[in-house]
Structure formats: structure tokens, C-alpha cells
Ligand binder design. Structure first.
Ligand code: MG
Length: 252
């Protein structure tokens, strides 16, 4: 090392040490950032034990009856389980943005293939379907398999359990918004958790899900019922509840 530089080394170290200390001092005396938005306090909700119903949920089926649904009298209820039969069911209550929970099981006895095996579905607002299907070792078009947004987006992964085994869907649905002229202002979004795995990540819907038409939006009310499809297969259901998210945005 040249002598001239060696003599300057302690000075350089001193300058560096002072600089580091100065940064530290700025941090100590800097003001904490506060947004200034006077949020209201989020409500305290008892989530219940794992697998139970949160205290603020609207219970749609707890094993006793399907009184919360139109068409529920057609389904068979046995041992706390409702089996799809004779037609779909539709909630008597209307909903907008929601967190929806359902447990379902495809028939244990495997019959049919593709779309004909354990087919059902959860419909929001009568227009937007998350597919229920026995997609365990059962090939079909990917945007029609279990947990797809029907004909719009396949699930990110196939999280299906075997036929007869209980499966969970937790769906966060954001309703679309239309202006007074029926023009779309904000599209619908869906997040789907299938058996604990995120399989739809805030997917922006292109419109209603249809078997024979390209997706498109048709104006509708801010709140509408939720339906569960009967597609000819005796799919089983239990523990269905929904939380209204339209009232949960903390006020400012
Ligand atoms: Mg279906």
C-alpha cells in the first residue's frame, strides 16, 4: 500500500463511521409515517374452532334443513349431508361481495367421465360459476374442471381429492358494478381456495359463464342470490355459510 494512502486510511475510516452514525441519528429522530386516515376499528369476530362457522356468517346449511334455499325441498338430507337431486337450489337472500364456504363430495361410486362425473357448481348472481366436478383422474377441458371459472380460467393447480372424500371451496367474490345506463363500471373478481390451496388468484371475470356463449356482461342488481347447480349427479354438500363483505370495508 503506498505510504500516502496508508496515512489517509484512518481518516477515511473515521469519515465512514461518522456517515453511518449520521444515518442512524436521522432514523432515530425521523417522524413515524402515519396515514392520517381515521379508520374505524375492525369488528372483532369469533372465527370459531377450525372447521366451524364464524360468528358473523349467514349459515346456509348446517346439516338440518335447506330452509335458506329455494328448491331445497328437492334435495335429500341425511346424517347432516344434503345430496343434489331434481334441480338446483338458490338462496332466498341476496348478496353482493361475499366470502362463501362450502364442503362437497363427488359421488363415491364413479360413473361417467369428463363433465358427466360429479358435476355441480356454485353460481354467484345467477351468472358466474365456479365449477364443481370430480376432477380426480378425470380429464376434461381445463377451463371446465373442478375449481375453474367455467369456460374462462382453469384452476392454477388441480387440488381435487378422491371421489367420496370431502373437499372445501372458500370463494371470495367481488360483484361487478354497472352504471345507471347498464354500462360495466367494474368487472367481477374471484379468488378460490380449494382444499386450502389458492387456485384462482383474484381473477378478473370477462362476464357471465356460459356453456354455449362467449362471456359477456349483462347489467344486473348489486345484490342477487347464490345458487348451487344440479347437473344430474348426486353431489353431496355440508357446512355452507357466507359472509357479506359489502358491509365490512372499514369506514373512514
Ligand atoms: Mg357445473
Amino acid at each position: 500500500m503506498p505510504v500516502a494512502f496508508r496515512n489517509k486510511l484512518p481518516l477515511a475510516l473515521l469519515v465512514a463511521a461518522l456517515a453511518v452514525s449520521a444515518v442512524g441519528l436521522v432514523r432515530v429522530f425521523a417522524d413515524e409515517y402515519k396515514s392520517g386516515i381515521p379508520w374505524s376499528e375492525p369488528r372483532v369476530i369469533d372465527p370459531g374452532a377450525s372447521g366451524s362457522v364464524p360468528s358473523d356468517a349467514v349459515v346456509l346449511f348446517d346439516g338440518d334443513n335447506l330452509d335458506a334455499w329455494r328448491g331445497g325441498n328437492r334435495w335429500k338430507i341425511e346424517d347432516g349431508v344434503a345430496t343434489a337431486s331434481g334441480g338446483g337450489i338458490t338462496t332466498k337472500q341476496s348478496f353482493g361481495d361475499v366470502q362463501f364456504h362450502v364442503e362437497w363430495a363427488a359421488p363415491e361410486k364413479v360413473t361417467g367421465s369428463g363433465q358427466g362425473r360429479g358435476n355441480s357448481g356454485v353460481y354467484f348472481m345467477g351468472a358466474y360459476e365456479v365449477q364443481i366436478l370430480d376432477s380426480y383422474d378425470n380429464k376434461t377441458y381445463f377451463d371446465g374442471q373442478a375449481a375453474s371459472i367455467y369456460k374462462q380460467h382453469p384452476p392454477l393447480v388441480n387440488a381435487c381429492r378422491k371421489p367420496g372424500e370431502w373437499q372445501t371451496f372458500d370463494i371470495i367474490f367481488k360483484a361487478p358494478k354497472f352504471d345507471a345506463d347498464g354500462k360495466l363500471v367494474k368487472p367481477a373478481y374471484m379468488t378460490v381456495i380449494h382444499n386450502g390451496l389458492c387456485v384462482q388468484n383474484n381473477f378478473e371475470l370477462l362476464g357471465g359463464t356460459s356453456w354455449d356463449m362467449a362471456p359477456k356482461y349483462t347489467a344486473h342488481a348489486d345484490k342477487l342470490p347464490i345458487s348451487i347447480q344440479f347437473h344430474g349427479n348426486p353431489v353431496k354438500f355440508r357446512n355452507i355459510w357466507v359472509r357479506d363483505l359489502t358491509t365490512e370495508e372499514p369506514t373512514k
